[in-house]
Design a protein around this ligand. Structure first.
Ligand code: C2O
Ligand code: CU
Length: 427
């Protein structure tokens, strides 16, 4: 099935005065009000959750260097917290229960305020009982434009989302035990939520792919675009890269720039038809190559080093462990009393992520981007989430320059809920 959402998604967005700060940077102010919404999905009326009456939440947009001010007004009957996934924010703005703030009670609000050092494709989502609240719709795109935008005709956000529905096509309230012991709560409808429903053949477009699904990994093929990957998890690649297939795990993003050759069709290995953006008309293609994006300002390793190992354990068919939950990291289910690492600001940490389970896991670090290391130790892409296959291991390298207590957890939210979480302290 497919679901298109035009630019009008900003209509549900209460944008306050976009005040002007210092000469260079501006401030962007938003109000996000999580609450109950009704949405039609698969032709069926659904009682779900959204922000500002919109399902899913509206796209928030600002420019690199701006200050973001977001008031979250809790319109739920339950607690609320919002996390700005992938943004390098001050710790107390990170939206994490216990580590950075208290849950916002119903009827109360919290003011988030932070600068935007990085351009790129990010997203926001509930970080409270997130396997449930995100699955009902408490998420949305968060796009930070470059000061110097690349030359494209259209900039389209595409969220890949799946939902479990019952025989009547209604959101399934049941949570069977397999949700928490195996690959998670995988939906039986999967969709591409695109911010545009039309393109012209020959146009150069930027596609910003986001995976807000709680547990599903997409193995994506895109027809109708002669494109290259220009960024992963918001961070520009040094050079555009060919994209025969794109694996997008929960929380991950991928930006492509390419020229339209026909209807843009999103296909997945398991859920073949995710949707399409129809093409019409024709215009001459650009003669120029796909441009690389300007890199974001990343910290460099400076010699102060630390090491840690995270062993992923548990689940059906996985290794035994001493934690109380289904899943564990280093024999503890849920946040341990002591952090995985306690280091001085600026320390470069090399962390081995070892998957001793029978399922894949995507490990997400808050407040930082890290580099994936290849088997011979060569630094690879910057990411904020890395997918580690069943039985595999990967090292990541991260300059921990953002002070505070930061979560490191599996972004398969059903796994996180049942134990796969730890944290780091940067002093
Ligand atoms: Cu996108 Cu801790 O989460
Ligand atoms: Cu997992």
């Amino acid at each position: 099935m497919f679901w298109t959402r035009r630019k009008v998604l900003g209509a549900g967005l209460a944008a306050l005065a976009a005040g002007h700060g210092p000469a260079f940077a501006g401030a962007r102010s938003f109000v996000l009000r999580p609450g109950a919404v009704t949405a039609r999905i698969g032709g069926v009326k659904q009682e779900l959750l959204g922000f500002n009456g919109s399902w899913p939440g509206p796209e928030l947009r600002a420019r690199q260097g701006d200050e973001m001010r977001i008031r979250v007004e809790n319109g739920l009957q339950d607690g609320a917290l919002v996390h700005w996934h992938g943004l390098r924010v001050p710790n107390r703005m990170d939206g994490v229960n216990v580590l950075t703030q208290d849950v916002i009670p119903p009827g109360r609000s919290f003011d988030y305020r932070f600068d935007l050092p990085d351009a790129g494709t990010y997203w926001y989502h509930s970080h409270y009982i997130s396997y449930d609240q995100v699955s009902r719709g408490l998420f949305g795109p968060l796009i930070i434009d470059e000061r110097q935008k690349p030359d494209v005709d259209r900039d389209i956000t595409v969220q890949l989302f799946d939902m479990l529905v019952d025989a009547d096509g209604v959101y399934d309230e049941d949570t069977g035990p397999e949700q928490f012991t195996a690959a998670g709560r995988l939906g039986n409808v999967a969709m591409a939520l695109a911010s545009s429903d039309g393109v012209t053949v020959g146009e150069r477009v930027r596609l910003r792919l986001i995976n807000p699904s709680i547990d599903r990994v997409y193995d994506l093929r895109i027809d109708g675009l002669d494109g290259r990957i220009v960024a992963l998890d918001g961070m520009p690649l040094e050079a555009p890269r060919a994209a025969p297939g794109i694996v997008l795990a929960p929380g991950q993003r991928c930006d492509l720039i390419g020229d339209v050759t026909g209807d843009i069709v999103f296909r997945d290995a398991d859920a073949p038809d995710l949707g399409r953006i129809a093409s019409s008309g024709q215009r001459p293609r650009r003669a120029t190559a796909i441009p690389a994006l300007v890199p974001n300002p990343m910290p460099r390793p400076n010699g102060r080093e630390a090491r840690a190992t995270v062993v992923m354990q548990g689940g059906a068919g996985g290794s035994a462990h001493a934690g109380f939950g289904t899943w564990a990291l280093n024999d503890v289910s849920g946040l341990p009393r002591k952090p995985l690492l306690n280091v001085r600001r600026g320390t470069t940490a090399r962390i081995t992520l070892r998957n001793d389970t029978a399922f894949d896991h995507v490990m997400h670090l808050h407040g930082h981007h890290f580099r994936e290391l290849s088997a011979d130790g060569a630094p690879g892409d910057y990411r904020d989430g890395t997918l580690v296959g069943a039985g595999e291991a990967r090292d990541i390298l991260c300059v921990l320059d953002n002070p505070g207590d930061w979560m490191l957890h599996c972004h398969m939210l059903s796994h996180q809920a049942d134990g796969m979480a730890t944290w780091l302290r940067v002093g």
